[in-house]
Ligand binder design. Structure first.
Ligand SMILES: CC(C)(COP(=O)(O)OP(=O)(O)OC[C@H]1O[C@@H](n2cnc3c(N)ncnc32)[C@H](O)[C@@H]1OP(=O)(O)O)[C@@H](O)C(=O)NCCC(=O)NCCS
Length: 179
């Protein structure tokens, strides 16, 4: 079983394992923002407590060593929670998901975090494919994947649901880097 490092840093970000006490900060920064969750698989949290329960689940996933492995993201020079990134590792593949507070969009931060994780993943002897997908309308996320070194592979029709938009499954674009 591969377990990623519980912290890592990039030029401007620090990633660490979540704490239940992060719930209020993450709620305020991004998790209750419908603009942020528009293309995500979860609706905005309406209460801090539901996010705390999710974070507890993430901590347990780290402890059992199976993942998915999620990190909270902060600027290097502060303890503020500004986003989160995660990886699911299975069958020689690493799949990523990520979210950033709206106030930090457009500064190239997520490509930095994702690029680090893509590099780490493909440096593991057991992992051959690093991939992620986004809604066909999520142009910012598609660009993040490109900037992290992944290549567009194609459209997966009716692949995921974005409950903030509609209960119906929607089309996605798949990106990957392989070795
Ligand atoms: C997607 C997300 C992580 C991007 O992170 P970020 O750190 O702001 O990314 P960047 O700063 O690299 O900016 C996004 C890139 O997309 C481009 N972009 C943004 N909106 C765009 C649009 N509507 N059309 C075309 N390009 C767009 C930007 O110009 C930028 O590319 P550039 O550097 O070549 O100019 C962030 O917007 C976010 O958290 N969104 C909500 C959650 C989400 O959708 N997560 C991904 C789920 S798959």
């Amino acid at each position: 079983m591969i377990k990623p490092p519980d912290t890592f840093t990039t030029a401007r970000l620090r990633a660490r394992v979540p704490r239940v006490g992060d719930a209020a900060a993450a709620f305020q920064a991004y998790a209750n923002d419908p603009e942020v969750t528009r293309f995500l698989t979860w609706k905005p949290h309406e209460r801090i407590e539901t996010l705390a329960v999710f974070l507890l689940g993430s901590i347990i996933n780290w402890e059992n060593g199976k993942g998915p492995f999620n990190w909270m993201l902060s600027p290097l020079d502060s303890d503020a929670i500004i986003g989160s990134i995660g990886v699911t590792i299975a069958d020689g593949k690493a799949m990523f998901g990520y979210v950033l507070a709206r106030s930090h969009w457009g500064r190239g931060l997520m490509p930095e975090a994702l690029g680090w994780l893509v590099g780490w993943s493909l440096a593991q002897p057991e992992i051959f494919r690093a991939y992620a997908f986004c809604d066909v309308e999520n142009a910012a996320s598609a660009r993040v994947m490109e900037k992290a070194g992944m290549a567009r592979e194609g459209v997966l029709r009716r692949w995921h649901t974005c409950p903030t938009i509609s209960p119906e499954p929607r089309d996605c674009v798949m990106f990957a880097k392989v070795r």
